[in-house]
Structures are given as structure tokens and as C-alpha cells.
Design a protein around this ligand. Structure first.
Ligand SMILES: Nc1ncnc2c1ncn2[C@@H]1O[C@H](COP(=O)(O)OP(=O)(O)OP(=O)(O)O)[C@@H](O)[C@H]1O
Length: 242
């Protein structure tokens, strides 16, 4: 699988207020990387830009055509009247289009994905009736169906219990073992130290992007915190010369 993502001097903003500044680097094919940093550091914005869902102000992002994104659970409307199987089958959307017919094999694949995340008996259940943990399992089932070489996860273990987190983490390691490129925004630094070999520490500017132990050294974490304390939320558009 060719899952390299290259950032070339990338700057991102919201309404011309800078969110991520001049970041360059590569998520190597097959790497497993955590993105960490203070609240408002630009982590979600960066992930969405890599997925092609947020415009790039300056610089360039090079990425494979097929990328799967797990958005933050809080960003999703769970009141939509569709079943678990329908949501899992949405993973075929890129290949079939919104109104394309999904072959029986595609349906079987979605059923198998539900089984793999522990929702085997819940195909027909409306998504609105799921617990937070079951809903996150369902979104992982959709990722399984998407079968993309790059998988982006935004706070995948938020609001789920320890058992669900452990099950979902096993899937993350399975994807890594299959050679996919996996990038996850996380806040639990102990989990990152234990499970993620590479880390990008972001505080709008990149603070460190390397092996996890080195990236999370006390000096880097202090620098990120000091940078966050100095943020001006109303800063104007990025001016590198300033
Ligand atoms: N839709 C939006 N409109 C305007 N500003 C936004 C929007 N989304 C994010 N921002 C701002 O962009 C900056 C980066 O936000 P982002 O959500 O990317 O940070 P984050 O590191 O993911 O934060 P957290 O850890 O709190 O989820 C913040 O200052 C935030 O207020």
C-alpha cells in the first residue's frame, strides 16, 4: 500500500485566523503516528486538511487519493434514521457513489465488519439507539469497509470505556500491521507512549515530529504549553516575516 502523506510548508486558518503554521514533514507509508498538543493547537484542522476537507492556505499536501477519516464523535449527528448496516455500507461510497448499487459482496463485507467490531447482532438497529461506545465501534466498522491505505482518527477513544478502547486499539494495530498509514489525534500521553511509535507534537507550529519518547520529552511539552499560553486568538492572517 502506498500511504505516504507529505506536508510541504503547510499553513491553515479559519476565517483568516491562523490555526496551523508552516509545517513540513512526512507521515511515512505504514507509519503509526499520534498527533498531540494543547486544546486549540490545530490538530483537528490538520487532520481535516489531510483528508481534503479543509482548504490549504499556503504550501502543499501530497497524499494518496483514498483516505479514510474518523471524525470526532461530537461532530456527528446521531439522530439520522438509518441502520447500523447502512452506516457500515457507507464505507463503499467512494467506490459506488451515492446512488450506486452495492453488490451482495459489498453487503457481506459490511456485515463482516460489524461482526469484527462486536456489533454482529445489531445490523438492523437504528444508529440513534446505540451507546457512545457502540457508535464508535460502528464508525470503525465503516473504516474497515472503506479499506483505505491511509486512516485518520480524531480522538478515537474519547467517551468509550476501557474494553471498547482496547478492542478498537487492536484494530488500529491490525491496520498498522497491514502496512496502512495510521494517524490519530490523542490527548492521553500515556497511551501514546505505550502504543504509538511516532508523535507529532503540535502547538499551531510543529514543536517536534519524531519518535514518541523524544517528541514527548519534558522540554518539548513545556515549549508547547508556553506557546499555547502566548496564543492570540484574534491574530491576523499569517505573515511569516513578522
Ligand atoms: N469552524 C471553525 N471556525 C473558526 N475557528 C475554528 C473553527 N474550528 C477551529 N477553529 C479554531 O482553530 C484553532 C484550532 O482548532 P482545532 O480544533 O484544529 O484544534 P485542536 O488542536 O483539534 O483542539 P482540541 O484539542 O481542543 O480538539 C482554534 O483556535 C479554534 O478555535
Amino acid at each position: 500500500m502506498s500511504g505516504a502523506i507529505r506536508l510541504r510548508d503547510v499553513t491553515l486558518s479559519h476565517d483568516r485566523h491562523p490555526a496551523v503554521h508552516h509545517i513540513s514533514g512526512e507521515f511515512a507509508p505504514g507509519s503509526l503516528t499520534a498527533i498531540v498538543g494543547p486544546n486549540g493547537a490545530g490538530k483537528t484542522t490538520l487532520l481535516r486538511a489531510i483528508a481534503g476537507l479543509h482548504p490549504v492556505d499556503e504550501g502543499r499536501i501530497e497524499r494518496p487519493a483514498r483516505i479514510a477519516l474518523l471524525p470526532q464523535m461530537s461532530a456527528l449527528d446521531r439522530g439520522f434514521p438509518i441502520s447500523c448496516l447502512d452506516v457500515a455500507m457507507l464505507g463503499h461510497w467512494r467506490r459506488c457513489g451515492a446512488f450506486g448499487a452495492i453488490a451482495p459482496a459489498g453487503r457481506a463485507q459490511a456485515e463482516a465488519a460489524l461482526e469484527a467490531v462486536g456489533l454482529g447482532g445489531l445490523s438492523r438497529r437504528p444508529v440513534g439507539s446505540l451507546s457512545a461506545g457502540q457508535f464508535q465501534r460502528l464508525l470503525f466498522a465503516r473504516l474497515l469497509v472503506q479499506d483505505a491505505p491511509v486512516i485518520l482518527l480524531d480522538e478515537p477513544f474519547n467517551a468509550v470505556d476501557a474494553r471498547t478502547a482496547a478492542d478498537l486499539l487492536r484494530l488500529v494495530h491490525r491496520w498498522h500491521g497491514q502496512g496502512r498509514t495510521v494517524v490519530a489525534v490523542l490527548h492521553d500521553l500515556e497511551l501514546v507512549r505505550r502504543e504509538f511509535p511516532e508523535t507529532l507534537l503540535l502547538a499551531r507550529d510543529p514543536v517536534a515530529w519524531c519518535g514518541t519518547e523524544e517528541a514527548l520529552a519534558a522540554s518539548n511539552r513545556l515549549r508547547a504549553r508556553m506557546m499555547a499560553e502566548g496564543w492570540d486568538e484574534a491574530a491576523a492572517a499569517c505573515d511569516r516575516a513578522a
